[in-house]
Ligand binder design. Structure first.
Ligand code: PMP
Length: 428
């Protein structure tokens, strides 16, 4: 496939946008080459500026769980746009989506909408600090909770891809309140809690990690965190920006039957528009302004177009009980196919998967935390990525990202993908 016009457009973009992109992982810095400029997308496919059709395994980094340009979402946005695009005043729509979200997700009474996953996580820790009157938080190396200062300490996703898990610009004062633990290591968390008695407001975790590739929680890890939090007056924050409304209607809380104190959302909840949200039981949420002293706000929060898209998406997920089962089956089929062809071609790899989140790590050892994720073979990943691109298959341009499977993918698409992986892995 030829990506000539994309290259020209990227050269133009670089003149006026830092690195030519508005979010770093979009650049192909980790894999080389220039990013693909997309013109449109429908269902499982992207159509780029050179006229290529690509099967999409990123899906806007997660939101498009039912495929691109999903008609009920598009229709809802178009209809709302005719009525005005922003008011900064309450609308009935906000209550409708809030009520639906609260009915779908366990253990939450109230939800507040913001404009991104970053804002959701940033607000959640402020709320946790205000509620507990403590300053410190624990986060896990390789987990990504957006680009707010407190989280850019050993962060995952683009922060690892670009080798800057600790960003300049984050002050020492901020960094000292973020304690770092190893994912899937409860002893490590226990030690940190013991060394910071009565100082920790919250533990924030991706309950299925997706920003160092996909890493499932090991048996007992989330249960152990729950117990440690309950025993020590710490709030457990599940960052379900990736997993929420994707792994189950009620996210990881439902999937594994574990109760979080605050839950963060993004991606799917906005149906592809800029939306995030955080939610908890009333006792905690009532600490937020205007009811309580913890301040949090947004000119465009609850924006009618965003809420219309989100509501249409959540309704679709709520009304078709079989969606999550279909996603599970399609992704299991893909995983089995990839496993088969990579083994046949003697490639060293590990596949991690939970539901419709999957990643292929080029390493033989189990990938259970940041350290094990980081030792994957990046040279092989680059060949894999560019080989697939030539076959018209788009995966994330970094080894540290998860693939997001959508219900729009057909078994034929999956077979084409498995065949392409077979072909490409013969060239390693
Ligand atoms: N939390 C998680 C788990 C994420 O994966 C992301 C983004 N990939 C964020 C938070 C930040 O969301 P956003 O990019 O919408 O700010």
């Amino acid at each position: 496939m030829i990506y000539q016009r994309s290259s020209q457009l990227f050269a133009e973009a670089e003149k006026v946008i830092p690195g030519g992109v508005n979010s770093p992982v979009r650049a192909f810095k980790a894999v080389g080459g220039t990013p693909i400029f997309v013109k449109s997308a429908k269902g499982a496919y992207l159509y780029d500026e050179d006229g290529n059709r690509l099967i999409d395994y990123i899906n806007s980094w997660g939101p498009m769980v039912l495929g691109h340009a999903y008609a009920p979402v598009v229709d809802a946005v178009v209809a709302k746009a005719q009525l005005g695009t922003s008011f900064g005043m309450p609308t009935e729509l906000e209550t409708q989506i809030a009520a639906l979200a609260v009915s779908m997700v366990p253990n939450i009474d109230k939800i507040r909408f913001v404009n991104s996953g970053t804002e959701a996580c940033m607000s959640a820790i402020r709320l946790a600090r205000g509620y507990t009157k403590r300053d410190k938080i624990i986060k896990f190396a390789g987990c990504y909770h957006g680009h707010s200062d407190s989280f850019l300490i050993q962060a995952g996703s683009g922060a690892i891809t670009f080798g800057s898990p600790n960003s300049p610009g984050v002050t020492e004062g901020t960094a000292k309140d973020t304690l770092l633990a190893r994912y899937n290591d409860l002893d490590n968390v226990e030690t940190l809690i013991a060394a910071n008695k009565n100082e920790i407001a919250a533990i924030i975790v991706e309950p299925v990690a997706g920003n160092m590739g996909c890493i499932p929680p090991q048996n007992g890890f989330l249960e152990g965190l729950r117990q440690l939090c309950s025993d020590n007056g710490i709030l457990l924050i599940f960052d379900e920006v990736m997993t929420g409304f994707r792994l189950a209607k009620g996210g990881v809380q439902e999937l594994y039957g574990i109760q979080a104190d605050i839950v963060c959302f993004g991606k799917v909840i906005g149906g592809g528009l800029p939306v995030g949200a955080f939610a908890a039981r009333s006792e905690i949420m009532n600490h937020l302004a205007p009811l309580g002293p913890v301040y949090q706000a947004g000119t465009l929060s609850g924006n009618p177009l965003a809420m219309a898209a989100g509501l249409a998406m959540l309704q679709a997920l709520n009304n078709d009980a079989a969606i999550f089962q279909r996603l599970e089956e399609k992704t299991a089929y893909l995983a089995a196919g990839i496993d088969r062809v990579l083994k046949a071609n003697n490639v060293v790899f590990t596949i991690n998967r939970v539901g419709s989140m999957i990643s292929v790590h080029f390493d033989a050892d189990p990938v259970v935390d940041f350290q094990s994720a980081a030792k994957g073979d990046n040279a092989t990943f680059k060949k894999f990525f560019h080989g697939l691109l030539q076959e018209g298959i788009y995966i994330a341009p970094s080894a540290y990202e998860t693939w997001f499977i959508t219900d729009a993918l057909t078994y034929e698409d999956l077979d084409v993908t498995i065949q392409a992986i077979d072909k490409v892995s013969k060239t390693f």
